[in-house]
Write a protein that binds this ligand. Structure first.
Ligand SMILES: O=P(O)(O)O[C@H]1O[C@H](CO)[C@@H](O)[C@H]1O
Ligand code: HPA
Length: 297
């Protein structure tokens, strides 16, 4: 009798270690950049990559195995370069669960970053403000998150665990680096922008529809300050493989919690808010990259 436990096939990871290796080797052969920091640019935030010098850019569709963005505001370019003497890589655009990608594909780039030698990941996103104090254009330093799809089994680490990346049961209580959160708040205060920079809890929903009022009220009760349709899978996979994480949410709209409110959210307005705060966000992220110390974990 074969008593060896069989790994389940449902929900198992769709990318093999060989897939990750192939993509990494392809990139290492194409560029001499060896980034220590990676940045994922959220909806309308691709401009963040304009901070780099010595730029070398690849379209996602030209990179073997790389998932391709399908929505406006996500350019789909992987940009290598330097900021001062820091070598970094920017993803101009990400992919989402609601586009039809598995969470394994959604987080594929994060494991590529790991294999490229990245030690720090900066995630950014556009999100709706649940916290009543938040205004459109505010920036929320992510202190913690709620993985709502994860509670329902839509989790990037479901399936056989590859020990080469991390342990079966990773700890998430310190997912967002305290040092980098403090540094970001210090930089914002030096820039005189503390009045619109806050700290809070991000909640991921699967989307693609924006929340109903009843759903928004539920998220408020759960302790969410901002809501979006991304980021959490990337952060989870980064933390699993030992990458230090820092996250920023741009509040692009206020989420309706009240049936008498008439304003309706749409993706075009989300992208417009991104443009409004692009300059500040670019400076904040660039300064953070210059000042973050890679020895701290
Ligand atoms: O999270 P990012 O990629 O910034 O995008 C946000 O903006 C889109 C909705 O306008 C959704 O995809 C939401 O998640
Ligand atoms: O209000 C929102 N809800 C979910 N995702 C979002 N991304 C930007 N705004 C929102």
């Amino acid at each position: 009798l074969n008593t060896k436990k069989q790994a389940p096939t449902v929900n198992s990871n769709c990318c093999s270690f060989e897939d990750y290796k192939l993509t990494t080797e392809w990139l290492l052969n194409q560029t001499s950049h060896r980034p220590k920091v990676a940045v994922i640019c959220g909806s309308g935030l691709g401009l963040l990559a304009n901070a780099v010098n010595n730029r070398q850019s690849f379209r996602y569709e030209d990179i073997p195995n790389f998932p391709v963005s399908t929505i406006p505001g996500h350019e789909g370019c992987l940009v290598f370069g330097t900021i001062k003497d820091q070598c970094c890589v920017f993803m101009q655009g990400r992919v989402h669960l609601y586009e039809g990608y598995s969470l394994c594909k959604v987080t594929f780039p994060v494991r590529i970053f790991k294999l490229l030698g990245v030690e720090t990941l900066v995630v950014t996103n556009a999100s709706g403000g649940i916290c009543q104090d938040y205004k459109v254009g505010d920036i929320m330093v992510i202190k913690d998150h709620i993985n709502l799809p994860g509670f329902a089994g839509q989790h990037p680490l479901c399936g056989p665990n590859d020990e080469r990346f991390g342990v079966r049961f990773p700890c998430m209580s310190d997912a967002y680096s305290k040092d980098l959160r403090r540094l970001a708040l210090d930089i914002s205060s030096e820039m005189g922008c503390s009045d619109f920079v806050r700290e809070g809890v991000y909640c991921m929903v699967s989307g693609p529809n924006f929340e109903t009022i009843a759903e928004a009220r539920m998220l408020q009760v759960l302790g969410c300050d901002a809501v979006g349709m991304s980021t959490v899978p990337e952060v989870t996979v980064a933390k699993h493989c030992g990458i230090r994480v820092f996250g920023l949410s741009l509040i692009t709209n206020k989420v309706s919690l009240d049936y008498s409110r008439e304003e309706m959210v749409n993706h075009e307005d989300v992208l417009l808010t991104g443009k409004m705060r692009a300059e500040f966000l670019q400076k904040l992220v660039a300064t953070l990259i210059i000042r973050c110390n890679h020895q701290e974990q």
